[in-house]
Design a protein around this ligand. Structure first.
Ligand code: TPP
Length: 525
């Protein structure tokens, strides 16, 4: 009979989970031994970076990805990064090493005493198989749970299970297929099409899921037939629509009252592929203007159930886009031209305004560049300057947990080798995932990191004003030189002193990673 390990490796291979992001410990080595030839192990030096890289990779490839973590300590280190993967609905399959079963009760070193409970609020499914022979089936369940729920799943495996005999039933999992279909039933589709076609002034709100699921261009077709304004959902983590398209009105502010204000005058708001809504700043008010009907279409049953307002249909937003585009027919109205970019603002003194940096990126880098952004006080500057027209062009930490930017950029660069990838990262944010630079160097990824150094936690300064607490300590971070830090991890780095130097640096396209540090002025989000 084959071992549990043999069946597990073969199952993972058949499911296409052959890239493993991990940081190993003694408990994990027995799983990692004898990996078949087609496997690739991507070592991250800290579990936060491991999960951030896996998240970026899974999002960029659109497929579940295997993550291997070390017991409770490694899983604990990964949890901040996991909050982002949960919010972006990334199907991570996390396998963590556990002590041998007899050592768990007495709490031997590296025993993860109640492993599933440790992770449960975050992951969609967590388990530790009750015996070695259940490991292959449980691993299959982890993969299918992650894929079906689009949420990380967690499996803790005692390390002596891997060498155990798998038993005669174990190979049955190898041929399993589990799929999902999400097309609305005829009557549901008809009602939805009637509501949309009958609306006087419909508005469309698109969530990150639209880009994740590959419906960016389909959303443009639907919007043009609808002819109404399009917003991106609040707390955006992927751009679902070209941001200079004439119908695009921007990212909705993440507060109840301003969202309500934006919908004023619309009789129907159709939300596709987003929760309703992921607010951030607590700005209370009515959820919707009087007389505005909201219909949400999402594959995420929990997002439908927990919304405080509106009707919801749990269905594949892609199928609904197709259905509605057909039902609406071709509109006679021209939509107009893409909106031009304004001249970038400049700052007083030697520091660059972030708009000058973003204008340089826009002008000097190819139009299909992918940006992984973790710069928190520069959002409005970003959207004023950028012109992103391709699917998969923009990633942001989905739950606002810092530490995604650098690792996420590394993961995207690994997953999308055909497109230029740029990480745009603040000097505060960079520290939470800094070890990912080592992985970028190790894999010689053609990744550019643009490091915006304003010497402070800019977004928190703005929040301090909003909350009426301008004197909170711990907001300044002077004295960091990321050119030296990057060099230490093996990534060549330069400090660009002005716009001309920045533009000249960006115009060169090295075939490995590089970090470009630039001093920027403080702006408000
Ligand atoms: N810790 C984590 C893991 N996530 C967070 N979001 C925070 C702390 C709180 N936080 C939000 S924004 C921010 C901090 C610390 C500052 C980020 O600074 P920087 O990257 O320099 O961007 P800036 O706001 O200056 O543009």
């Amino acid at each position: 009979m084959p071992s549990v390990r043999r069946i597990a490796h073969e199952f993972l291979e058949r499911q296409g989970l052959t890239t493993v992001f991990g940081n190993p410990g003694s408990n994990e080595l027995p799983f990692l031994t004898g990996l078949p030839d087609g496997f690739r192990y991507v070592l991250g030096l800290h579990e936060g970076a491991v999960v951030g890289m896996a998240d970026g990779y899974a999002q960029a490839t659109g497929r579940p990805v295997l993550v291997n973590l070390h017991a409770a300590s490694g899983s604990g280190n990964a949890m901040g990064a996991l909050t982002n993967a949960v919010a972006s609905r990334t199907p991570l399959v996390i396998v963590a090493g556990q002590q041998v079963r007899p050592a768990i009760g007495p709490e031997a070193n590296l025993a993860n005493v109640d492993a599933p409970a440790l992770m449960r609020p975050l992951v969609g499914w967590a388990a530790e198989p009750a015996c070695a022979q259940d490991v292959p089936r449980a691993l299959a369940q982890a993969v299918f749970e992650a894929r079906l729920q689009r949420r990380p799943a967690y499996l803790s495996v005692p390390y002596d299970d891997w060498a155990a005999d798998a038993g005669e039933n174990a190979p049955a999992v190898l041929d399993r297929r589990v799929e999902r279909a999400g097309v609305p039933a005829g009557e549901q589709g008809r009602r939805l099409a009637e509501a949309v076609a009958g609306a006087r002034r419909p508005a469309l709100v698109l969530g990150g899921d639209i880009d994740t699921a590959g419906h960016f261009d389909d959303a443009v077709r639907l919007a043009e037939r609808l002819g109404g304004p399009v917003w991106a959902a609040p707390s955006l983590f992927r751009l679902p629509f070209p941001n200079r398209h004439p119908l695009f009105r921007g990212v909705l502010p993440a507060g109840i009252e301003p969202v309500c204000r934006a919908f004023e005058g619309h009789d129907l708001v159709l939300v596709l592929g987003a929760p309703v809504f992921r607010y951030h700043e607590h700005l209370p008010g009515r959820y919707l203007p009087a007389g505005t009907r909201l219909i949400q279409v999402t594959e995420d049953a929990s997002a439908a159930a927990r919304a405080p307002v509106g009707e919801a249909l749990v269905a594949d937003p892609g199928a609904v886009i197709e259905l509605l585009t057909e039902a609406l027919g071709v509109s006679g109205e021209p939509v107009g031209d893409y909106r031009p970019v304004p001249a970038p603002r400049s700052a007083e003194g030697p520091r660059l305004h972030p708009e000058e940096v973003f204008a340089a990126l826009r002008d000097e880098l190819p139009a299909d560049t992918v940006y992984v952004v973790e710069s928190t006080s520069t959002a409005s500057a970003w959207w004023r300057q950028m012109d992103l027209r391709r699917p998969g062009s923009y990633y942001f930490p989905a739950a606002g947990g810092l530490g995604f930017g650098l690792p996420g950029a590394v993961g995207v660069a690994l997953g999308r080798p055909g497109r230029p990838v740029v990480g745009v990262v603040g000097d505060g944010s960079a520290n939470y995932g800094i070890t990912a630079l080592w992985t970028a160097a190790r894999h010689r990824l053609p990744l550019t990191v643009v490091l915006l150094r304003n010497g402070t936690y800019g977004a928190l300064r703005w929040f301090g004003g909003l909350l009426g607490v301008p004197d909170a300590p711990g907001l300044d971070i002077p004295g960091l030189d990321f050119t030296r830090i990057a060099e230490g991890y093996g990534v060549p780095a330069v400090h660009a002193d002005g716009v001309d130097e920045l533009r000249a640096v960006l115009a060169a396209h090295p075939d490995g990673p590089r970090l470009v540090q630039v001093d920027t002025a403080l702006t408000t989000p």
